[in-house]
Design a protein around this ligand. Structure first.
Ligand code: IMP
Ligand code: MG
Length: 179
């Protein structure tokens, strides 16, 4: 598994710093709000688990699962809901969508559209990684951990064909693995 990584893009130490900073910012911004963290499965689970513990105000969590990728490294452009939120307490909630990576933006554009229709009080995006070069949809992250270049990355929740999610850092996959 470790041999398939070309280089480490975000180390464990850097990830920890990034998540602490985001948590502190969210804690400050949502002090008087009704924060509901919506984790997008499966890629954001590791980030979500770390981020929620850096948020020092009351909040609730829920999960959604969408698919846009199939098994390749490029988006299919078609998003579908595989698992919806358990709660329908969206009405009046301050939703914060927690994503692993903002790439083309197609997934988040769709999620924002679907969740906005349920009348949340507010809706914002927190992404660990931002790949601005690849944007197709007009989506901006309200909170972004760090920008990365246009490489296919895995680890810390992100996968290639469901593998590498358990790597403790973010690494660029050797092209030979997916070509
Ligand atoms: P988007 O709809 O193109 O913005 O893609 C968002 C989703 O694609 C993310 O939630 C990831 O699951 C997946 N994705 C995009 N880029 C990468 C990558 O470099 N590695 C692993 N998954 C990725
Ligand atoms: Mg994802």
């Amino acid at each position: 598994m470790f041999n398939d990584i070309e280089r480490v893009l975000v180390s464990e130490e850097e990830l920890s710093e990034i998540v602490k900073k985001l948590g502190a910012q969210i804690t400050e911004d949502y002090k008087d709000k009704n924060l509901v963290l919506v984790s997008v499965l499966k890629g954001s689970v590791v980030f979500m688990a770390d981020l929620m513990r850096e948020i020092k105000i009351p909040c609730t969590i829920d999960f959604m699962s969408v698919s846009s990728y199939g098994s390749g490294t490029k988006t299919s452009g078609v998003v579908k809901i595989i698992k919806d939120l358990d709660t329908d307490v969206v009405n009046g909630a301050d939703l914060l969508i927690v994503e692993d990576i903002l790439d083309s933006g197609v997934t988040l554009e769709y999620l924002i559209k679907v969740l906005s229709a349920r009348n949340p009080k507010s809706i914002k995006i927190c992404t660990l990684l931002d790949k601005p070069e690849r944007r197709k949809a007009d989506v901006k992250a309200d909170y972004a951990g760090t920008q990365i270049p246009d490489a296919f990355v895995v680890g810390y929740g992100l996968d290639f064909n469901e593998k590498y999610r358990n790597l403790p850092y973010i690494g660029a996959l050797k092209p030979a693995v997916y070509e």
